[in-house]
Write a protein that binds this ligand. Sequence first.
Ligand code: NDP
Length: 399
Amino acid sequence: MKILCVLYDDPKDGMPKDYPLSKLPKINKYPDGQTLPSAKSIDFTPGELLGCVSGELGLRKFLEDGGHEFVVTNSKDGQDCEADKHIIDSDIVISQPFFPYYLTRDKIEKAKKLKLAITAGIGSDHVDLQAAIDNKIDVVEVTYCNSRSVAEHIVMMIVSMVRDYHSQYKIVCDGGWNIADAVQRSYDVEGMHIGTVAAGRIGLDALRKMKPFDVHLHYFDRHKLPDAVEKELNLTFHESVESMVKVCDVITINCPLHPETENLFDAEMIGKMKKGAYIVNTARGKICNREAIADALKSGQLSGYAGDVWFPQPAPNDHVWRTMPHHGMTPHTSGTSLTAQARYAEGVREILECFFDGTPIRDEYLIVKDGDLAGAGAHSYSKGTATGGSDEAAKYKKG
Ligand code: NDP
């Protein structure tokens, strides 16, 4: 079989010769009891870079020993990209949300042999799910592999944005000491009202992690959490996003991107937020309207916006979120810490082993199966596509 794998660039100075930590902490299972990825074996050292081209998700030996052709590329956007040349006769495509290979309907329809699209991570919105359904291409992701990694990033972003860490760090790097400059936008998080849009694996973990800050916690989701969890965290449930944003100082967005959530935070929704609130979006860039966010930061309707997700990715060099005031953006990194990479690389290997052996892929990994939403996809997504406009990714030029 031919397997196409689209990965992000290697470090500018080449692969690291050593790493800060020699060993990763051991985790036995996820909080809800789900087991960690469990491939029969792995050919990589956990804690090393796996998500870039030379890291190859640690898959080359396994795939070539199995007689498969394995193509790895970072050329994924624009008319002459390598990925488009190979997708035509590939059986399986692997891509990471951090550097997504946008599998639009056009590409899916040209990929006559394609059977399986694997997301090395979580969030398969870079695949036109409706086209995958129509063309009977299965879509799977490594559910839970980096959910808690993202929750950590959310806590980091809420605290650093409310306290205005970025400006203070910059003052030090610039050789300054003006304390008044450093604190004129700096607050404590304690006592604030924090709300999550979606309380799935990430949203709930972010609530749990914020609880010790002595804040008031709110959530909106399509399904209510069990009473015991609401009680444990003293949660306020809201029937609508609008009702929650009216009362919260910080909103964290943790739902998948699908037709129901695309552009959810437009000028109208942001206008309903408490004046001067903050947004942390580590879900998907397209859930927030690009211009509306920048405008709200300029007007003061929002005090800050942070996150690691953009649309498209890589974000064009002139994407307004790179330069808007009071932002705390990172590239799409929260789910690809070295710790998370080890989990999703093993998860991809587990999925491939199942696929080649003809054994079922875990239900919780399924997004689309046999022409319909399935598993985690049936629970969390709606049919349709959110890939429109992804060709803009070709505008990004490496510095
Ligand atoms: P889960 O499937 O555990 O949680 C998703 C939650 O979103 C579910 O509770 C689901 O509700 C809810 N949801 C779906 N649609 C809506 C809607 N219209 N309104 C409100 N809630 C909705 O996934 P995770 O928590 O693990 O991940 C969530 C998303 O975070 C991913 O889909 C991905 O986009 C993003 N992500 C980002 C990463 C990064 O590196 N920045 C890494 C990993 C994920 P219900 O099931 O109750 O219907």
